[in-house]
Design a protein around this ligand. Structure first.
Ligand SMILES: Nc1ncnc2c1ncn2[C@@H]1O[C@H](COP(=O)(O)OP(=O)(O)OP(=O)(O)O)[C@@H](O)[C@H]1O
Length: 329
């Protein structure tokens, strides 16, 4: 687990292109997510009070769930209903990169309504300009924290994890959204052991089916070869297939208990990762894994992006298909 901790301490996230210093105001009124459950809260340009009657002042902080690049996520109690939420607060004076990620995240959360994607219940702007995103609380942490606690995942557990994430990716991709940062810490888990996709700060909404998707953003360790080195792969690439590569690496990491492209204890750095991803053979499951799991991982970790299976195809793969469709307990 030391490796995992080491890796998290390194800045493997690639910077977004800096915006100009001119800071646009957030577009108001802030959009509501489409879900009916969004009625739990709404947004406003003033004190965050909305049509459904919920305001930020109805929420009480129960503590900090974590800190991200741009903000702090609080566990928040809705006093009237006793419902518990996660409230992500990004300060008004955040830098341009964080602001841009926040706008992306807000836009995607506004569009998504799926049981496999962390649900947004409202977006508020506080009077001081801070932005607060009210989300469903995923009370069992992330796959990263579960991995650190358990060491490795069983194949049965992994099949359930894979099914949940594939359903989420199937939903996102069918809505032309590419996540671009699938990794254990962005896959959140609740006490029903449902796994949901979170953190859309570097995601992209494709305007047309064949849009190029060559922005160099995300966490480089989980990047597909064609994203890491687009020139060698003809420039543009299929970003949807990039999410599948990241999923394959994630599942293999959960199986092995360490990041698959590096040996246990090996310190990750940019050059090592670059060589492993672009010049090495894709990582494969060890002999101890079942044939089904080995083949599933191989279907995800194809260097040639066109050979990677789609989420719909993978949902029919024997590793996940036909098994207990329940949660990943
Ligand atoms: N809906 C949620 N329920 C429970 N915990 C959450 C929720 N959303 C985020 N968290 C936790 O809060 C912490 C910060 O999350 P946030 O999305 O701000 O950043 P991050 O994904 O960790 O990092 P970065 O901003 O660098 O991508 C993480 O530890 C995450 O697990």
């Amino acid at each position: 687990m030391a490796l995992v901790r080491d890796r998290r301490q390194l800045n493997l996230r690639l910077p977004l292109t800096e915006l100009s210093n001119r800071r646009p105001r957030f577009p108001l009124p802030l959009p509501l997510p489409p879900s009916s459950s969004a009625a739990a809260a709404t947004s406003s340009s003033t004190a965050g009070s909305g049509a459904a009657g919920t305001s930020l002042s109805d929420l009480e902080s129960l503590g900090v769930l974590g800190h991200g690049n741009g903000g702090t996520v609080y566990k928040a109690l809705h006093r009237r209903t006793s419902a518990v939420y996660a409230l992500k607060v990004v300060q008004a004076d955040c830098d341009a990169t964080v602001r841009r990620q926040l706008l992306r995240e807000m836009e995607i959360l506004r569009r998504t309504d799926s049981p496999h994607v962390v649900r947004c219940h409202g977006i508020f702007e506080k009077p001081n300009g801070d932005i607060a995103i009210l989300m469903e609380h995923m009370d069992a942490g992330s796959l990263q924290t579960l991995l650190e606690a358990s060491g490795t995942f069983s194949e049965k557990h992994l099949a359930a994890v894979a099914r949940h994430v594939l359903n989420g990716l199937n939903y996102l991709h069918s809505h032309k959204i590419i996540h671009r940062d699938i990794k254990p810490s962005n896959l959140l888990v609740n006490s029903a052991m449902e796994v949901k996709i979170a953190d859309f700060g570097v995601s992209k909404i494709m305007c047309r089916t064949l849009d190029a998707c060559n922005s160099y953003v995300g966490t480089c360790a989980y990047m597909s070869p064609e994203r890491f080195d687009p020139d060698s792969y003809g420039g543009n690439y299929d970003g949807y297939a990039g999410d599948i590569w990241s999923l394959g690496l994630t599942l293999l990491e959960l199986y092995l208990g360490h990041f698959p492209l590096l040996g246990p204890g090996q310190r990750p750095d940019w050059a090592t990762l670059m060589c492993a991803i672009c010049f090495g053979e894709p990582p494969r499951s060890p002999d101890s894994a079942s044939e089904e799991f080995r083949n599933f991982v191989e279907c995800c970790l194809q260097k040639e992006s066109s050979k990677r299976w789609t989420p719909a195809q993978l949902l029919n793969h024997p590793f996940v298909a036909g098994k207990d469709p329940g949660a990943c307990s």
